[in-house]
Design a protein around this ligand. Structure first.
Ligand code: 13P
Length: 288
């Protein structure tokens, strides 16, 4: 039987596409968050992706994140992969590839289209030499991964013309696009453009990634996955449960100063949230 590790990220994404489920990308910047994510994967025998954004690797380190994931997935024998989320330059991307990331996301969506295409092509060249998957981004997603009291800024949905041109010229494996979701949780739930998801899937053949997975209504999440999303990025919801668990723990046990007695609360809250999201993304045992 093929071991979990031999079954590569691309195979899992292909399977997700065939069977209409999605892999979650769960972002982390601390050890107890990563432990929670790994334990959820182990408990449900579910493939998933860990993500580190620019801010997260500034805090934790690219090599450190890669080593932690590599050691833990080996030891726990879990189908967990690592993606550089919103990589901002070629240098950081090259470092992530060197350190053993399974996938890299180059976010050139703030650049003029031609410049975004040029750099993304360079990323694809570097990454594919090492069998690393590349996610490109076209159409700037709004928001920031935190809790907001206000309504979100209006999305500027990415045109099909741009999506097709970008994916054809860059040959990326996965594509992040603006389909109405936003990074962060706002006073109003996002309105998702399901037709755009379906068209992007059919016209590009790329793996469709939904950024801004937090705050999307459950019925919309299911519909998005049914229409073609195979990877959902989640950060804000994990940050919120991490913070709430720590706050509760420290309020209830004011005298406790031992990190390994305080932090399990955050690990458990992360584990529960990740398990809930995996189930929402319709992952069931037997899908791998
Ligand atoms: P949320 O913070 O809304 O979950 O979005 C995360 C994300 O898209 C990371 O790329």
């Amino acid at each position: 039987m093929m071991s979990l590790k031999e079954f590569m990220l691309k195979d899992h994404l292909n399977k997700a596409r065939e069977r209409a489920f999605a892999l979650g990308q769960f972002n982390f910047s601390t050890l107890e968050q990563l432990q929670g994510i790994m334990l959820a994967s182990k408990e449900l025998s579910a493939p998933l992706i860990c993500g580190t954004s620019s801010g997260e690797v500034d805090f934790l380190g690219v090599a450190e994140a890669a080593s932690l994931v590599s050691i833990m997935r080996e030891k726990m024998n879990v189908p967990v992969f690592l993606n550089l989320d919103h990589g901002r330059d070629l240098e950081t991307i090259k470092k992530a590839i060197e350190c053993g990331y399974d996938a890299v996301h180059f976010d050139g969506s703030h650049l003029p289209m031609e410049e975004n295409i040029e750099i993304t092509k360079k990323v694809v060249l570097e990454a594919h030499k090492k069998g690393v998957l590349v996610e490109g981004e076209v159409g700037k997603m709004k928001g920031e991964s935190t809790l907001h009291d206000t309504p979100a800024e209006k999305p500027t949905l990415t045109s099909m013309e741009k999506i097709v041109k970008f994916t054809k010229e860059t040959e990326v494996d996965s594509i992040a696009l603006d389909v109405g979701s936003v990074h962060g949780i706002y006073a109003d739930a996002p309105v998702i453009d399901f037709d755009r998801i379906e068209k992007a899937k059919n016209e590009t053949g790329c793996f469709i990634v939904l950024h801004g997975g937090s705050g999307v209504e459950e019925k919309d999440m299911r519909e998005g996955i049914k229409r073609g999303v195979v990877k959902v990025n989640v950060n804000t919801e994990l940050r919120a449960v991490w913070r709430d668990a720590l706050y509760r723990e420290m309020t209830e046990n004011k005298k406790e100063i031992v990190p390994y007695k305080i932090l399990p609360a955050a690990r458990e809250a992360t584990r529960e949230k990740v398990k809930k999201m995996i189930k929402l993304f319709s992952y069931e045992k037997g899908n791998i």
